[in-house]
Design a protein around this ligand. Structure first.
Ligand SMILES: Nc1nc2c(ncn2[C@@H]2O[C@H](COP(=O)(O)OP(=O)(O)O)[C@@H](O)[C@H]2O)c(=O)[nH]1
Ligand SMILES: [Mg+2]
Length: 449
């Protein structure tokens, strides 16, 4: 018996349409109490025009009701949706009257949780629904949509399936010695485990891209004091996010802002100018700058083009060249430049003026070229730290199993590793290992007929 839950599914803003959603065993009866038309016998997924009543049975909106019966609904349960006019006041009144009629407020994610519990979505898909709703760029949305469609599952399920086979075979041979089951060929298993480990490794490699898709490109703006780093952050952000003065050492802490460069989302980090300093607070800021640079996906090296490069510039350049990607910016072109692009050992050198905005479009395009398109956005990559961690553990268990095979450990010890790998994959897909192995033993080998 599943209690009927109700919620506004479209957010609390004025809009053309707002949807009230109900899911649970009694939802059709409950919906009928607040609606002018009978719903028991209407066909599935047909829009029915009628009136929605508030708690005092006053009509508050003309709206459409649609019924989807179990199991053919998002949650797998009976559901009813009211497509109302999108007035927060109407939706709130409608919701109150649904509560009065017997529904209870839905908790966060509860519709999707029910879909998961009813087998309509697996865990990766359920998590992807949340990612899809929260996606901030088109690419992130496309990837999440792919995960909702089960792309990640397509990578993980074959691995899980082969491991289930292997385990069930081992168990069958060990636990049912009298049955006529082919003995295990350890060398076959080694090949199969190796290819599974390879598939997981390839998936783990996608996480760097996945993190960028999810959180944006971590971009550290670095350079000597006063070259115009904070001015650049402000110019890219489109407002005065960081304090800009002509006093060297103004920025003492890191300042973050998210901006879009084409379709690429950047987490820009403005840093304190890197230099030797006796000022304790500034020195801490400089340490943070170095740390931001170490963690960055992209380093934007900024120099002041109106002055020759000096030793400090060159030291910072060396640090920047260690970042996965780096672009050099010769700033203050409006003052005339004495720095030649060839003096800077970067693949990309762009003259800009944070003051006038010159060169910033070029910079945005250059960044977008570096990062957009490189990531497959079809949902086959890992974007989520929880999923990454579970896949990493699965991979390590498989490596341990392979080491065990080499050393000639007993099948029991091997099984422990393989089952641990399955458990970890199950954390991503929501599979329950014990049941799956047991089921497979009986399905495939007809043991205990
Ligand atoms: N003429 C000119 N001045 C700039 C430009 N960018 C920054 N400045 C000036 O340089 C000084 C230092 O800028 P700021 O952004 O605080 O540098 P930071 O210390 O690297 O963060 C300020 O007086 C800015 O107005 C530019 O493109 N052209
Ligand atoms: Mg600054």
């Amino acid at each position: 018996m599943s209690h009927t839950i109700a919620a506004v599914s479209t957010g609390n803003q004025v809009a053309a349409i707002g949807i009230l959603r109900l899911s649970g065993d009694d939802c059709i009866e409950i919906a009928e109490k607040v609606f002018s038309r009978p719903l028991q016998s209407v066909p599935d997924r047909k829009l029915i025009l009628g009136e929605l009543f508030d708690i005092q049975s006053r009509a508050i909106d003309q709206c459409m009701a649609v019924v989807s019966r179990a199991p053919h609904s998002y949650t797998g349960e009976n559901t009813v949706e009211f497509h109302c006019h999108g007035s927060p006041a109407v939706l709130a009144a409608g919701l109150q009257s649904l509560y009065a009629a017997g529904a209870r407020p839905a908790r966060r994610g509860e519709f999707t949780k029910r879909a998961f519990l009813n087998g309509k979505l697996d865990l990766t898909q359920a998590e992807a629904v949340i990612d899809l709703i929260e996606a901030e760029t088109a690419d992130a949305a496309a990837n999440a949509a792919g995960q909702v469609g089960g792309r990640l599952q397509k990578v993980l399920l074959p691995v899980y399936d082969r491991l289930t086979d292997l385990c069930s075979h081992f168990h069958a041979v060990l636990d049912y010695p009298d049955e006529d089951i082919e003995d295990f060929g350890l060398s076959n298993y080694a090949a199969s485990l190796r290819s599974d480990a390879k598939a997981l490794y390839a998936l783990l490699q996608t996480y760097g891209q996945g993190r960028i898709l999810r959180q944006g490109v971590k971009t550290a703006i670095v350079g000597r004091p006063n070259v115009g780093k904070s001015s650049l952050l402000n110019a890219l952000a489109g407002f005065d996010r960081a304090i800009v003065t002509d006093i060297p050492g103004t920025t003492r802490d890191t300042v973050e802002e998210t901006v879009l460069a084409g379709s690429t989302r950047l987490r820009l980090i403005d840093t304190a100018g890197i230099r030797q300093t006796a000022d304790t607070v500034e020195a801490m800021g400089v340490d943070r700058s170095r740390k931001a640079l170490e963690e960055a996906d992209l380093a934007l090296f900024v120099c002041d083009g109106s002055q020759p490069l000096d030793r400090e510039d060159r030291e910072i350049i060396d640090l920047c060249l260690e970042a996965p990607q780096a672009i050099a910016l010769i700033n203050k072109t409006d003052l005339g430049s004495v720095v030649e692009p060839a003096e800077l050992p970067f693949m990309q050198v762009i003259p800009i003026s944070a003051g006038t905005g010159e060169g910033l479009d070029l910079l945005r395009n250059c960044i977008d070229d570096l990062f957009a398109g490189e990531v497959p956005c079809d949902g086959s990559i890992l974007t989520n730290p929880r999923q990454y961690d579970a896949c990493r553990r699965a991979y390590e268990s498989l490596l341990s199993a392979l080491r065990g095979l080499k050393l000639g450990v007993t099948p029991d010890a091997l099984l422990l590793d393989v089952e641990a790998a399955m458990e970890s994959i199950g954390e991503v897909t929501g599979a329950t290992v014990r049941e799956d192995i047991t089921a497979r033993i009986f399905e495939r080998f007809c043991v205990g007929k």
